[in-house]
Ligand binder design. Sequence first.
Ligand SMILES: Nc1ncnc2c1ncn2[C@@H]1O[C@H](COP(=O)(O)OP(=O)(O)OP(=O)(O)O)[C@@H](O)[C@H]1O
Ligand SMILES: Cc1ncc(CO)c(N)n1
Length: 509
Amino acid sequence: MGSVPRVLSIAGSDPSGGAGIQADLKSIAAMGGYGMCAITALTAQNTRGVTAVHTPPADFLAAQLEAVGSDIQIDAVKIGMLADAEVIRTVAAWLERARPAVVVLDPVMVATSGDRLLAADAEEALRDLLAHAHLVTPNLPELGALLGEATASSWEEALDQGRRLSERTGGAVLVKGGHLDGAACPDAIVDARRGADGVLVQLDGDRVSTRNTHGTGCSLSSALATVQVRTGDWARSLAVVKEWLRGALAASGDLEVGGGHGPVHHFHHLTGSVPLAEGEFTDGLWRDTAKVRAEIDALPFVAQLDDGTLSQAHFAYYLTQDALYLNGYSRVLARASALAPTEEEQAFWAEGARVCLEVEAELHRTWLSRHPQPAHDAAAAGAGTGGTGAAVPGPVTKAYVDHLLAASASGSYAVLAAAALPCYWIYAEVGAALHARHAARPEKDAHPYGAWIGTYADEGFAAATRRAIAFTDAAGRRASVDERTAMREAFAASAVYEREFFDAPRRFA
Ligand SMILES: Nc1ncnc2c1ncn2[C@@H]1O[C@H](COP(=O)(O)OP(=O)(O)OP(=O)(O)O)[C@@H](O)[C@H]1O
Ligand SMILES: Cc1ncc(CO)c(N)n1
């Protein structure tokens, strides 16, 4: 066997996708297997119930089994709905010849909705088929019916019935707690060949509070067949499948399928790693920070820069801190260059690091000489003797740069790119909005910050921003689930620091 178990489901079709072969194929894939199916019957059903069943001629099922089995090595078989005695005989005859290494049989008799899925006169034939299975997975009513007894009313009684069924079939029986009353939902594998109580493994579990239990039995049995190929150990297989199914039940509400007993979310564990289209990842980062960005737009600093009422002291503090920030940011971009996976990205971030130093120098040469920070403000900002360019980072500048340096130290290029991105993206957006408003002003020349706002119209920075977004997006698309989470956190934290940076003059100047 290779690393992908080849698993055949012999079962009925549920067009609503929650049970039958549809659930089986999803569950097999969710467990890393290659799913195949031979269809025993077509049902017309949804989450509310079954309205019709069409059973094709048994010869046609035989033809499907022959086609698959004559060409493909089958590592495991899961058997579900069998409809009638002729279908059962057809499957039995094929199993005799094919003798798959793993056979899990879910003796489907009644759907979750209460509708019959097996002809009443076929129960005897089904009992005979059980001997072909390595594991039988009846729910409590099916377990009772297979023994010709009433449904067990306690877990102990169910285990006892399971052991007696195992004695009869010669294989293992999965006793399922799904139909028990109460908050517990245990499952146990019972094998009469294993001594007195026969319990191979029992896994206790809490009941998930949901109506979406359509197809849980189908999903469990096909997933178990798949994992069993990998482990060869029912107890370990059940442990992994039960935890997965619990997650699928817990996430079933995300699906919003149907008004009755809805399906479970078979791929809940993969939602964080679905292949993303170009731009999707960074669009998500942008959406997630909508609130923080709206808060930036509403800051007094932005409004005052816009209408020209910003105090010289606040502006000078801002420029001073910006120069300090750019120095730290340059080192962070240099680290992104060092970690970059391609030469194109390496060059891009290195150029960004260089430009930061150039802009820092320009701030000192031009802007800060025109708008020096008053001595008492520089002292308040921690510059000591003040006013002579010996400023030190204020609390926000320090915290923001420390956050970026921590992202550098994470060693993840993707996380570092995400942390660095708001400084491009949010700054570019805020600047573009300020610039657009300024450009529409009739008396531009009289505006005290007109020249500064003019620097926001830098097409080179806008182009660099687009590339920084594209590189971060590509890194996000390649990233693992955990790394994507860390990227979102890093981006969101930087967005908050962007807000704090614009608000810092009001608080700390
Ligand atoms: N609400 C729940 N919370 C947690 N686990 C559950 C819940 N309902 C069912 N299960 C689990 O789902 C699996 C299937 O159990 P169940 O007894 O419901 O099978 P079934 O009746 O054959 O399913 P189906 O709905 O496909 O007919 C078992 O592992 C059981 O423990
Ligand atoms: C086709 C099919 N198989 C099994 C079940 C049991 O859930 C169902 N509802 N439908």
